[in-house]
Write a protein that binds this ligand. Structure first.
Ligand SMILES: [Fe+2]
Length: 158
């Protein structure tokens, strides 16, 4: 089965409870995807897992604030959607679900795919007035902090 990106996005949009154009909506995801693909190519990350993280990690948010359960809910959704819109192997699912469930816990990972997911998300903190800290980023992501802050403050993608 091929990865069905448009159908996946339609599903997520139909079920998204918040403002599609809000702080944790599609424009944020687009910047996360942009950053994490650039980093992931350099680091040899699994780019399909990285892309699915971008679309899914905030998809089950119920508010724009802390919402401590949103990562766990999104990981459950990823498990439900596997073999419908994408077809990941068990190790890919394990990495995707771990990255989603723990994306807001402040962890760092030695796994290139998991850390790349978190790098992409953390690099977009400028949209809420926070300059990303190198402490939580890979060296490749750290080099992108200045560019990412400009993009997130202007709320644009390249
Ligand atoms: Fe996010």
């Amino acid at each position: 089965m091929d990865y069905q990106r448009p159908e996946l996005i339609t599903y997520i949009r139909e079920n998204f409870k918040l403002d599609w154009h809000g702080t944790h909506g599609a424009n944020h995801w687009a910047r996360v995807l942009h950053h994490s693909k650039v980093i992931g190519e350099h680091r040899g990350a699994d780019l399909l897992v990285v892309e699915l993280f971008g679309f899914l990690h905030d998809s089950c948010r119920e508010n724009e604030y802390q919402d401590p359960g949103h990562g766990k809910r999104a990981a459950e959704l990823a498990r439900e959607l596997n073999q419908t819109y994408f077809d990941l192997k068990p190790t890919q699912m394990q990495n995707l679900c771990y990255a989603i469930e723990h994306h807001s816990g402040g962890e760092v990972s030695v796994d290139a795919t998991i850390q790349t997911c978190w790098d992409g998300d953390r690099l977009d903190l400028g949209r809420v007035g926070i300059v990303p800290s190198a402490k939580y980023l890979s060296p490749q992501a750290t080099q992108l902090i200045d560019l990412a802050v400009v993009m997130s403050m202007k709320k644009t993608t390249l």
